[in-house]
Each structure stands twice: as structure tokens, then as C-alpha cells.
Design a protein around this ligand. Structure first.
Ligand SMILES: Cc1cc2nc3c(=O)[nH]c(=O)nc-3n(C[C@H](O)[C@H](O)[C@H](O)COP(=O)(O)OP(=O)(O)OC[C@H]3O[C@@H](n4cnc5c(N)ncnc54)[C@H](O)[C@@H]3O)c2cc1C
Length: 391
């Protein structure tokens, strides 16, 4: 089997790799992407799909820089989703155009000032009871409810829209061998599905797979970090709800997103519930989440529902195990490692990738050059492959 040579090889078909591929191809680069499992199969299809605008991160006052940086990004996404700018994602669906923030009044003392400022800036709006989402109205919530103008995307449809025009450039196969450039400056080649591939630039947007690329390409030290989460899922005849339950703790006690699943709905539980669950066996995590939900929605019955867990590592640039303050691209020779840290940062990370490639080589598109690997399919959500339990 001969060597395949392309200008740019991207490794990893999550939001970061796909957005970068679209940008590179639009700029005229002969780029391809290698994905070991399926499009979105890593963190991206396991995410909650929230296009954070920073409100959540500004609540306790310790992450104001992150909050400010995030505020500028959703408009870029919005324009892409509306088909007004490249990459046009008009096939991407929206699950909700807003989220809610709810808290018992006693808890609002701590976050009240921040919420008040945001309310003045028009970013959050206090709702009268009649305007509350059904789950909070009928579930017995006592306290305040705010609406945040943050969009929740239907991730798979967005990935399909992103991959669509470049689908013939996305191949399935695991990069499992690496050849270092002489002198240790990045990579000379990679092996995928028994095929050797070389390129002038290699971009790893492989989530946890960046670690192996980093080691092979001679990046010293810990360039990435992993922060574990165990998402808890509950399925049944649940209403749609998107948002955060806030207490006096710095982070939301739970972040809930609702996802259609046949006739039923899956509530996908992140935030504090998913962080605490990492230390628990699955069934204990489900029982603990159920107890929390029973406290938050005292009028609902939690009998007769199905429960599941999904364990995952957030793969991020090294930030001493804390929330990174943005996306990161680190390079060595012609090899770069990329982490978006949040879905919402994918466009700015793709710009950085394009800048990195443009500084090294001029566009040289080749149409129709074949790569002897199968095409990658779209992946599935964690709740589509979960083992459900009645607890
Ligand atoms: C539970 C959870 C909830 C989240 N919720 C949100 C949210 O609501 N909003 C938000 O903005 N962010 C959220 N995030 C963060 C966000 O999902 C990630 O920052 C983002 O998806 C990372 O995208 P990525 O493309 O870098 O990585 P990934 O999506 O992990 O993609 C990496 C890909 O590389 C592939 N790969 C790995 N190794 C190799 C190899 N050797 N060869 C070939 N392919 C390889 C993997 O199969 C994978 O598909 C969440 C993250 C998690 C874990």
C-alpha cells in the first residue's frame, strides 16, 4: 500500500476537527480528517449542547474573564445556524432558544447581585410564575426563575450540517502509529487502518486522543488535562427543560437538558450531579441524582422511570485541573494540538488552526484524490446506547 500525502491531516471528528476541516477546505487547503469511531463519538455527542454565553460562569464572581470571553461567541454560532455566514449550518436544529436559571429565594442572596447586573444588561429576565417552564411550575418549585438567552443545539443535526459539504474528506480509522520528524519537531507521518499518511501539517483535535499525539510528536510535559464527569440520565414522560438549578455553591447543583427519545424524553443531568457522581458506582449515582431531583421537583413522582449513567473525561488544555479560560492550540513544528474546551469556542479555535496552517503553507486543493479508508458515519448519543435500569 503506497503512502497517501495530503496538505493537512486532522485527527478527530468532534466539533473542533469538523469546524477546522470546513475552514481549511473553504480556504482552499487539501485537508482530510481521520476519526476512529464515528463523527461526534467523543465528547461532542455526549455534551449538553449548550452554547454558553457566560452567565453560568459569572455567577460566583470567580470566573469573570471566562464569562466575558464567552459573551462574544454565541452570535457567531447564531449567524452560522441561520445560514448567514460560513460554515453555513442551516440544517442544524435548535432544541431551545433559551435556558432557565432557578433557585430557592434563600439561595439567591449569593448570586442575586450578579443576576441583577445581568438582568440590567438584558442577558437574564426574571419570569412571573405564569411564564415558568412546565417542569418548574408543575414540579413544585418555590423560588425565583430567570430566563437566559442561551441556545441549546441539537448536536447531531449540527454535526451533520457541518460535515455535509466535506463528507468525502472524513475517513474512519484510528491513528495508532506515529512517525516523529527528524530532530523531534512534530510528526512526519501517521498510520491509520494500516495505511501510512504524510502531510505538511497535522492537527490533533482528538480529545483524549491528543495525549498520544503529543507524546509521539515530542511535546514535553502535561499539555492536556482530563476532568471526569459521570452524566446521569433519566427517561420517561418528562417535560422539556433546559437550565441550571442554582444554590449557594459556586456551580449549579444540576444542569438539565431534555432530549427527545421516541415517545419519551431523556433528562441529561450535568453540573454538580455529574461531578459528584464520578466518585460513585453507577447505581449509587442514579439514586443520589434521583434524591436531588425529588428535592428540586417535590410535586413530581420519580417512580417508574428508567435511569442510566455515562462516564466521560473532559479533555482540555492543561489548566492545573481547573476550567480552562478558553480554547488552546499548541504547536511543535508542523504538528498542532487543539482543544476547544467548549462547543462555543469551536469557531475561534478553527480560526487559530487556519492561521497556523496559513503561516506554513499556501492553499493547494486537489479534488478527487482517493484515500483507501472507509468514510466515517455520524455517531450516536449516550442515551441511545445506554443500559437502562429501573431503580
Ligand atoms: C458531558 C459533557 C457535557 C458537555 N456539555 C457542554 C455544553 O453543554 N456546552 C459546551 O459548550 N461544551 C460542553 N462540553 C464540552 C464540549 O463537549 C467539548 O469541549 C467538545 O465537544 C470537545 O470537542 P473535540 O472535537 O475537541 O473533542 P471530541 O468531541 O472528544 O472529539 C475527538 C474525536 O477524536 C477521536 N479520536 C480520538 N483519538 C483518535 C485517534 N487516535 N485516531 C482517530 N480519531 C481519534 C474520537 O473518537 C473523537 O470522536 C461538554 C463536555 C462533556 C464531556
Amino acid at each position: 500500500m503506497g503512502t497517501v500525502h495530503r496538505q493537512v491531516i486532522l485527527v478527530g471528528g468532534g466539533i473542533a476537527g469538523l469546524w477546522a476541516l470546513r475552514s481549511l477546505v473553504a480556504a482552499g487547503y487539501d485537508a482530510i480528517l481521520l476519526e476512529r469511531e464515528a463523527i461526534g463519538a467523543g465528547q461532542t455527542l455526549g455534551s449538553q449542547g449548550i452554547l454558553h454565553g457566560g452567565v453560568k460562569y459569572g455567577l460566583d464572581g470567580t470566573a469573570r474573564d471566562i464569562a466575558a470571553k464567552l459573551r462574544a461567541l454565541p452570535p457567531v454560532w447564531q449567524a452560522c445556524l441561520e445560514g448567514d455566514r460560513e460554515p453555513r449550518l442551516s440544517g442544524g436544529e435548535i432544541l431551545s432558544r433559551c435556558q432557565h436559571l432557578w433557585a430557592a429565594d434563600s439561595w439567591l442572596a449569593k448570586v442575586g447581585a450578579t443576576v441583577g447586573v445581568r438582568a440590567m444588561q438584558g442577558e437574564v429576565r426574571k419570569l412571573e410564575r405564569g411564564g415558568w417552564p412546565e417542569a418548574l411550575r408543575e414540579g413544585g418549585h418555590q423560588g425565583s426563575v430567570y430566563e437566559l438567552g442561551e441556545t441549546v443545539i441539537e448536536v447531531r443535526s449540527v454535526l451533520a450540517a457541518l460535515a455535509g459539504p466535506v463528507r468525502e474528506r472524513i475517513f474512519r480509522g484510528e491513528v495508532d502509529r506515529w512517525e516523529a520528524e527528524e530532530g523531534g519537531q512534530g510528526l512526519a507521518g501517521v498510520w491509520c487502518g494500516g495505511q501510512r499518511l504524510t502531510a505538511e501539517a497535522f492537527i490533533f483535535a482528538a480529545g483524549t486522543g491528543n495525549e498520544a499525539g503529543a507524546a509521539a510528536a515530542g511535546f514535553g510535559g502535561a499539555v492536556g488535562q482530563r476532568r471526569p464527569l459521570k452524566q446521569v440520565m433519566v427517561r420517561g414522560p418528562l417535560p422539556r427543560l433546559y437550565g441550571h438549578c442554582v444554590t449557594a455553591a459556586p456551580k449549579p447543583v444540576v444542569t438539565i437538558t431534555a432530549h427527545p427519545s421516541g415517545e419519551e424524553t431523556v433528562w441529561y443531568l450535568g453540573g454538580g450531579v455529574a461531578e459528584e457522581a464520578t466518585g460513585m458506582a453507577d447505581e449509587a449515582a442514579m439514586r443520589s441524582a434521583r434524591q436531588k431531583l425529588a428535592g428540586i421537583f417535590p410535586s413530581y413522582s420519580w417512580e417508574g422511570l428508567s435511569w442510566a449513567c455515562w462516564q466521560v473525561d473532559r479533555a482540555e488544555p492543561n489548566a492545573a485541573n481547573r476550567l480552562p479560560d478558553g480554547p488552546a492550540l499548541v504547536a511543535r513544528g508542523g504538528t498542532a494540538l487543539a482543544w476547544p474546551s467548549k462547543l462555543v469556542y469551536a469557531p475561534s479555535l478553527a480560526e487559530e488552526v487556519l492561521g497556523f496552517v496559513a503561516r506554513r503553507l499556501a492553499p493547494g486543493m486537489r479534488e478527487g484524490a482517493t484515500v483507501p479508508l472507509p468514510r466515517a458515519e455520524l455517531g450516536r448519543y449516550p442515551w441511545e446506547t445506554a443500559d437502562w435500569l429501573a431503580i
